[in-house]
Every structure is written in structure tokens, then in C-alpha cells.
Design a protein around this ligand. Structure first.
Ligand SMILES: *Cc1c(COP(=O)(O)O)cnc(C)c1O
Length: 425
């Protein structure tokens, strides 16, 4: 069998049934990622799925069915988690620019807010006070230490996220200042795309230590300590996936020692990319092949409009995601192909000089692997009015559409045609 399959279903069958471009998610791989960590991680640590990585409601429901909680960052993500069946006490809302509506929905729905500024704290207090209730709030701390080893640093330097540790330490009587807020713990998130076990362990230990110190100094109980996460997925040459056994072997004693001192504290880890990245493939069909000034191009029906991350994350040199010809084996002889999409910009390049069979031809399906996180949701899907691709979940050997492809009607549904009087000429 030379054709790529997902749980035994041929990619060409999926392409025929659902069309291309499409994202195909393999529930077994998502389950493997979740359970591989869950089974090894210290039992007192709760795993929260960050919907930001892939906000599809069925993906959220799948992870919740295995025991994941939900971390959300917009009203729609909150409603997604609620409709996926996640109960309020298993949802946390985080984000630097929360609206009045979002805060109100959390306060009314008993959802814990992770607060990112004093201004937000005042607004939460005002809203909760107005409703005659108390809001549950975890403070996001921007710690006074920085770490190396993340793909994108979110803490330990000037950032819009969280409240600077020093600023928190110089406050007095936060509880008295915000009487309708119940401060119940701390969160810190240092960055994303961590691929070094030691760095994650060190981060976690330092966050736990800071949470204890802040709790003592500010008199805030440690009901919740959220150590962030940012666990990475290897995409590029020279990167290596995290060794979950080695990671938990080092991490668990750190959590265990903390849990011994604070047996009532809910420990939280936030996981987006790590849970869903491996389990998704972006499949495009080649429309044209051409040569330009000595280079080969496979022009496909989908591109960076659905997969902006493939342009290269935080790097000036284009690095390719793992890519392969899916629909057949192809010739043993290979060539270097630029795999491009339908957009009218040279940046619409999924892969540059990718080694693929030399005989790539129109009708072939090419896949970008490890694409289950930050795919269409983090891409300019509206560019050229192409809209969202189809999303398909394969679960228990069955393929199901979990998001329909946009078409002209769905794309135009939210636009308003103003009627102009036609001028005589
Ligand atoms: C983006 C984000 C996450 C998820 O990050 P991953 O790297 O996908 O795991 C978790 N927490 C916060 C605060 C985030 O901003």
C-alpha cells in the first residue's frame, strides 16, 4: 500500500468525499498525545486544553471526553467549550484584552478568570459588584525572571500579558481594594514551543516557588496554581520531540513536593500545540506543475491562507514543515519542489525546495504533516475570499466532517450590499 491512510482510510477516498483543501485530524494520535502525558504526569496536575491551538468544537469535545479541561480566550471559545460539555469549574478564561461581555459571561457562568492587569481587575470587580456576586480570579504574573529555550517568549520581559511580579509585590490589600473579586491563585506562562525538558522543569519549579512567595506576601490563597505550559512539537530539521517519559520523571518530583506542602491546591498545566499538533494533516491537491527559471513549482488548491505557520515561525529563513506526497508513492527519483497555493503573493509558499517525487503531477494530493495546531485558525483564511477549508475527524475508523468548507454564500452572508443609484452617462 503506497497511499497514505488515516486509520485505514485512504487519503484519496477522503479527498473524494470531502474535497480539498482539507484538514484531516486523527483522533487516535490526539488521544495518544493526551494519554501519553496524562498517564505519566503527577495525578494532582489537571490538563487544560488551550482552544486557541484548534478551536473546533469536536476537537474540544474529543479532548474533554478523555478528561481534558478547557482554557479559553474569547467569548466564542467560551461558548464552544460550554457546548462541548465542559463544566464551568473546568474552564478558565485568559487573555489580555477581555471585553465587558466576556467578563460578564464568565462571572455569570462561574468561570474562573485569569486576570492580566489592574485595569481588568477593577472592571471585573465593577461587573461582579453590579451583579451582586463574587468573581473567581487567578492573577497572571509576569515573573521577574526570563527563560531561554522557547520559540516565542511571553513572560519575564516587557509584555502586555499578566501583572509584573514587582508591581504585585508593591500592592497592599488587594482583597480590600476589589471587594467583589475572590483572588484564588496565580498563573504564569513563559512562552511557547519549548522542546527542552530541562527548561520546562526549571520554569515550572520557578513558577511554583513564585506562587508560594506571592501567596505569602499578598495573603492570597493557593487554590489554583497554573504553571502554563507551552510544550512544543518538532517541526523542522534538527528539532526533536519532547521525551514525555524523561520530562515527567523530572517534573513529577517538583509537583509532588508542592502538592505535599499544598494538598488542597489545584495544579494546572495548559496545553495547546502539544495535544493537537501531531494529529492533523493539511491535504491539498496539485492543480498545475510548472518550471520557472530552473525551479519546479507544484501549484496547489490551498496554501498559506489555511496554513500560515508553514511560512516559517519566527524565522527569516524559510524552514519547511514535514511534507509528503499522499495519494501515491510516486517515482523513486526525487526533485526539489516549491509547493505553492492559490494566492496572488509569492509568500504563498507551503514548502520551499521540498524533496518530493520527481513526477509530481496535477491531481496528486500533497500533505503538510503535524499541522493540527495553529492551522486555519491562525491563518488569513479570508484572503482572496477562499474561506475555511473542510475539517475532517477520523475517529474509531470513521471519517466525519467537523467543519464544512466555506463557499461564496457563506463568505458573503456577513457582507451587506449597499444599493447605489446608477448615474446616467
Ligand atoms: C497560546 C497559549 C497557550 C497554548 O500554547 P501552546 O504553545 O499551544 O501549548 C497556553 N497558555 C497561554 C497563556 C497562551 O497564550
Amino acid at each position: 500500500m503506497s497511499e497514505y491512510t488515516v486509520q485505514g482510510i485512504a487519503i484519496t477516498e477522503l479527498a473524494e468525499r470531502f474535497g480539498t483543501p482539507m484538514y484531516v485530524y486523527d483522533a487516535d494520535i490526539i488521544a495518544r498525545q493526551f494519554r501519553g502525558l496524562r498517564e505519566r504526569l503527577h495525578p494532582s496536575v489537571e490538563m487544560f486544553y488551550s482552544l486557541k491551538a484548534n478551536p473546533n468544537i469536536s476537537i474540544c469535545a474529543l479532548l474533554h471526553s478523555m478528561g481534558a479541561r478547557a482554557e479559553v480566550s474569547s467569548l466564542t471559545e467560551l461558548i464552544t467549550a460550554q457546548r462541548a460539555g465542559v463544566p464551568a469549574e473546568q474552564i478558565m478564561f485568559l487573555g489580555p484584552g477581555k471585553s465587558r461581555n466576556e467578563i460578564t459571561a464568565c462571572v455569570k457562568g462561574d468561570v474562573t478568570l485569569i486576570c492580566e492587569s489592574f485595569g481588568e481587575l477593577a472592571l471585573i470587580d465593577e461587573i461582579a459588584g453590579g451583579l451582586g456576586v463574587t468573581a473567581r480570579v487567578v492573577l497572571r504574573v509576569n515573573p521577574a525572571f526570563a527563560v531561554k529555550g522557547s520559540g516565542l517568549t511571553m513572560g519575564g520581559k516587557p509584555r502586555q500579558f499578566g501583572i509584573d511580579e514587582d508591581a504585585l509585590l508593591s500592592t497592599s490589600d488587594l482583597a480590600g481594594t476589589y471587594p467583589s473579586v475572590y483572588l484564588c491563585g496565580f498563573q504564569a506562562y513563559m512562552g511557547t514551543r519549548f522542546l527542552t525538558e530541562d527548561v520546562i522543569v526549571e520554569n515550572t519549579a520557578r513558577i511554583l516557588e513564585r506562587a508560594e512567595a506571592l501567596s505569602e506576601k499578598l495573603g492570597i490563597p493557593l487554590e489554583v496554581v497554573d504553571v502554563g505550559g507551552g510544550l512544543g512539537v518538532a517541526y523542522f530539521d534538527g528539532e526533536r520531540d519532547l521525551d514525555v517519559a524523561a520530562l515527567t520523571e523530572q517534573l513529577n518530583p517538583v509537583f509532588a513536593a508542592f502538592a505535599d506542602r499544598h494538598p488542597q491546591t489545584r495544579l494546572v498545566m495548559e496545553l495547546g500545540r502539544y495535544l493537537v499538533g501531531h494529529g492533523g494533516i493539511y491535504a491539498v491537491e496539485v492543480r498545475y506543475v510548472k518550471e520557472s527559471m530552473g525551479e519546479l513549482f507544484a501549484v496547489a488548491d490551498g496554501g498559506t491562507n489555511h496554513h500560515m505557520a508553514a511560512v516559517g515561525i519566527g524565522s527569516f529563513v524559510k524552514r519547511n514543515f514535514p511534507m509528503r506526497l499522499l495519494s501515491r508513492e510516486g517515482s523513486p527519483e526525487t526533485a526539489r519542489w516549491n509547493v505553492t497555493g492559490p494566492l496572488c503573493t509569492p509568500n504563498d509558499t507551503l514548502g520551499k525546495a521540498v524533496e518530493l517525487p520527481a513526477d509530481v503531477r496535477p491531481g496528486d494530493v500533497i500533505g503538510v504533516e503535524r499541522s493540527g495546531a495553529y492551522g486555519p485558525t491562525a491563518s488569513p483564511v479570508h484572503f482572496l475570499s477562499h474561506g475555511y477549508p473542510a475539517e475532517v475527524l477520523v475517529h474509531n475508523g470513521q471519517a466525519r466532517l467537523i467543519r464544512s468548507r466555506d463557499d461564496a454564500e457563506s463568505m458573503l452572508a456577513s457582507q451587506i450590499l449597499h444599493q447605489f443609484t446608477t448615474e446616467e452617462n
